[in-house]
Design a binder for this molecule. Structure first.
Ligand code: SF4
Length: 232
């Protein structure tokens, strides 16, 4: 079934023009007021942007629906960041979504180490499908994408319609730089993943992430891929 956009294209265009010069906190405040319980925040507990977004939303709506995609291949540091950050930010409605297949079932069905042969399928099974379930019944999804994270994200809109998930997609930090994001995180004492102090600049599954490479280039080494399919 096709879901019709809840915001018409002219509205989205007008919002993008307005928000291009807005502080991310103003965008988050608008989102909380506009979508209320229809709002959902995707959290990876990996990057600094996502932590800044959680801090901004929690300040206004601590019981906002926050969803985490647990692929079964998350770094222990990521899980520990979640355990630390949820109470620190006062988040009261954090839900974890997993693939319908355990990693043993995935290996039995598709062969072992699928991420080394077909990472798009692995991401579809362990991220995209659970993301769809997480957003069922929701009207808007807040994410922490920034335009300076990769070439492919350089045109990231602040407001858009995400047809794959049938929700309005919001990227309040789209036009912030890495430096602005870190200044916010440090100034506000926002908890963050310790791997970011150990040479990792983008943190996903441990199978597909290496340190010491700038931006998202440390993800899916050896493949022409730097997105998992959630944001494309
Ligand atoms: S990032 Fe790697 S291990 Fe994680 S879901 Fe995608 S392909 Fe699989």
């Amino acid at each position: 079934m096709t879901t019709l956009p809840t915001l018409a294209t002219p509205q989205i265009e007008a919002l993008n023009e307005r928000f291009e010069v807005a502080d991310p906190r103003e965008i988050v405040a608008w989102a909380v007021e506009t979508f209320s319980d229809g709002l959902s925040v995707g959290a990876s507990f990996g990057g600094a942007s996502g932590m800044a977004i959680l801090h901004m939303v929690a300040a206004l709506k601590p019981n906002v629906h926050v969803f985490v995609l647990d692929t079964d291949y998350l770094f222990e540091e990521t899980n520990e960041t979640m355990r630390r950050a949820v109470p620190a930010l006062g988040l009261g409605n954090v839900q974890v979504y997993k693939s319908k297949l355990s990693h043993e079932e995935q290996a039995a069905q598709y062969g072992s180490a699928l991420w080394m042969r077909d990472p798009d399928l692995c991401c579809e099974l362990r991220k995209v499908e659970p993301n769809r379930r997480a957003l069922e019944g929701k009207t808007a999804w807040v994410s922490g994408l920034r335009r300076d994270q990769s070439e492919g994200r350089a045109e990231t809109p602040i407001v858009s319609w995400a047809p794959k998930f049938g929700v309005v997609k919001l990227n309040p930090l789209a036009n912030w730089t890495e430096q602005q994001t870190w200044e916010y995180v440090v100034k506000n004492g926002v908890p963050y993943n310790p791997l970011l102090d150990q040479g990792y600049t983008s943190i996903g599954c441990y199978n597909c992430t290496i340190p010491g490479v700038q931006g998202r280039a440390g993800r899916w080494q050896g493949f022409d891929k730097d997105e998992c399919g959630l944001h494309t």
